[in-house]
Design a protein around this ligand. Structure first.
Ligand code: AMP
Length: 201
């Protein structure tokens, strides 16, 4: 049976770094909803136009936009997949369960707020492939050659709002998985390699 994994955690908890690596190693299709939205903003697509006001304020994009978009992607996958940043709300988790035929593992990355603030203050991401840079990688993505730059939504006020949204909306989604015995909480502090060993379990 195909494997389905979702990564949940606060902003800058390492969902992208860990999720990409797990997906690559285990041959799972990978989707970061945040990266997808940032590309849509950059290319000024219809989705980008709808999503921009929310991202600019550090708010979540409404479920009515997110759910059909992600379900269209999951339904198109022929084998296993990993979602980074979806679900982020209880209705999103419920919609995924309804659509899903099979098991789902939820990996929750736990990182204290002070560490998250420290991380965003110096976080760089590739504008092209959206991979988060490692320390000392300079200005160019070693994977695709794209430009490494700070995310607009990592500015302090925006980031604090995303943390509030995390508490208000994502924690109940985490509880949803905990209540059903499907959540695995992983300590997300330490080096990316150390965290990855814990993610692998
Ligand atoms: P991320 O790259 O995962 O930190 O996501 C960046 C931003 O994209 C979030 O702060 C939200 O505004 C938006 N976003 C990403 N995924 C979702 C989702 N599942 N539901 C609502 N908004 C989302």
């Amino acid at each position: 049976m195909s494997r389905h994994v979702v990564f949940l955690g606060p902003p800058a908890s390492g969902k992208g770094t860990q999720g990409r690596r797990l997906a690559e190693e285990d041959g799972l299709a990978y989707l970061s909803t945040g990266a997808l939205l940032r590309s849509a903003l950059r290319d000024d697509t219809e989705l980008g136009k709808k999503a921009r006001p929310f991202l600019d304020r550090g708010e979540f994009v409404p479920d009515e936009i997110m759910v059909p978009m992600v379900l269209e992607w999951t339904e198109a996958q022929k084998s296993g997949w990993l979602l980074d940043g979806f679900p982020r709300t209880v209705p999103q988790a419920e919609a995924l369960d309804e659509a899903l035929n099979g098991e789902l593992e939820a990996i929750i990355l736990h990182v204290p707020d002070e560490e998250l603030r420290r991380r965003v203050a110096c976080r760089l991401e590739c504008e092209n492939c959206h991979r988060v840079a490692r320390e000392g990688e300079g200005e160019q993505c070693p994977k695709c050659g794209g430009k490494l730059s700070a995310r607009a939504d990592d500015a302090s006020a925006n980031f604090e709002n995303r943390l509030l949204e995390y508490r208000r909306l994502v924690i109940p989604a985490i509880t949803y998985y905990c209540d059903r015995g499907r959540a695995r909480i992983v300590n997300g502090t330490g080096s990316p390699d150390d965290v990855y060993q814990r993610v692998r379990g």
